[in-house]
Design a protein. Structure first.
Length: 343
């Protein structure tokens, strides 16, 4: 279904299609658009779930982890000096080094950090990879499990088996029904129906009915995400800005190929409003990075989550985008073109 379109003059020039699912912790479908049963990969939107076993096994106490260090295990960070220092400190506590990671390398997402590296004639290291915090956490899990970390990125490694089982439980699915691919950083990535992904995020935001240890782990992870949003992403990025602007009422996490997830906490919309999990997929992957952010902001607007002032603060990324040419003459606009259906 059409989610976002661009216009030039009075003519619609391009359309991004996709689907949205919004689910309550009970599993009830609260709102949707398009096909809520669409099966797709969460990519990095699964990172908070991948950190749960680390916390459940006592990793916070064992490694004396701080809140920012826990947040960065859930992150797609921008590679700033602050991110790198935090990851290095956590690696020292766990007793590993950057060379133990198997995530590969890429240039920092943060443009200033990228330019500084080039000016210094340096190449990016594995800790610059946006998934280095997640990989550091996975190596911590291997330590807690007392297993050989060799091949920790493989689907049959004990670390990944435990993560997949945890993810299945959070999304209320049988492990065998989760489809597996290999992510950009080489670990397994999960494909599930959009409504199950949203259900998992609803559990994350409202874990009251989960077992005691799982409930405590979810609360520790979401507290870290709310208190340290800079460590989840970085300067100017959607997840960081939304959590900051939302003042602790929501969490969000982007995934590659235009997947986006968010969790809204109980009473965040209005007194008595339920916790909600949100899952969004832009079908074409949104390589220009214009639709995904605007669609999430519009979803939050339609839910009544964002005030007029908060929408103005996010105005440079959505929900309505002004399109200009090389002379900065306005040629059109991009905007969401959907209306949520409510149960």
């Amino acid at each position: 279904m059409p989610l976002f379109h661009t216009t030039r003059g009075e003519v619609v020039e391009s359309i991004h299609f996709g689907a949205i699912a919004i689910v309550e912790p009970s599993g009830a479908l609260f709102a949707w658009y398009g096909d809520p049963a669409l099966v797709t990969f969460l990519r990095s939107s699964a990172k908070p779930f991948q950190a749960i076993p680390l916390v459940e096994m006592g990793g916070i106490d064992q490694f004396q982890m701080t809140g920012d260090e826990l947040a960065i295990t859930c992150a797609s960070h921008s590679g700033t000096d602050i991110h790198l220092k935090t990851i290095h400190n956590l690696q020292q506590k766990i007793g590993i080094t950057e060379s133990d990671l198997l995530c590969g390398t890429h240039e920092p997402f943060d443009l200033a950090s990228r330019a500084l590296l080039r000016d210094q004639g340096k190449r990016p290291s594995q800790n610059h990879h946006n998934c280095s915090g997640k990989h550091t956490g996975m190596l911590g899990q291997a330590k807690l499990l007392r297993v050989d970390p060799e091949g920790y990125t493989e689907p049959d490694h004990p670390v990944q088996i435990q993560i997949r089982s945890t993810f299945a439980e959070m999304c209320e699915m049988e492990t065998a029904h989760i489809q597996i691919g290999r992510d950009g950083c080489s670990v397994p990535t999960f494909a599930v129906p959009l409504c199950n992904a949203a259900w998992g995020w609803a559990h994350l935001a409202s874990p009251e009915n989960l077992p005691k240890t799982r409930r405590a782990a979810c609360q520790q992870i979401t507290t870290a995400m709310r208190k340290y949003p800079f460590y989840l992403a970085g300067p100017g990025r959607l997840d960081t800005r939304l959590i900051q602007i939302g003042a602790g009422r929501l969490i969000s996490k982007a995934g590659a190929e235009a997947f986006q997830a968010a969790g809204i906490f109980k009473d965040a919309i209005a007194p008595g409003s339920p916790a909600l999990g949100i899952a969004i997929k832009i079908s074409d992957g949104d390589q220009a990075n214009r639709a995904r952010r605007a669609v999430l902001i519009e979803v939050l607007r339609q839910l009544g989550m964002l005030t007029t002032e908060q929408l103005l603060q996010l105005g440079d990324i959505g929900p309505i985008l002004e399109i200009k040419n090389q002379r900065q003459i306005t040629t059109g606009e991009g905007k969401p073109c959907f209306q949520l259906q409510f149960s």
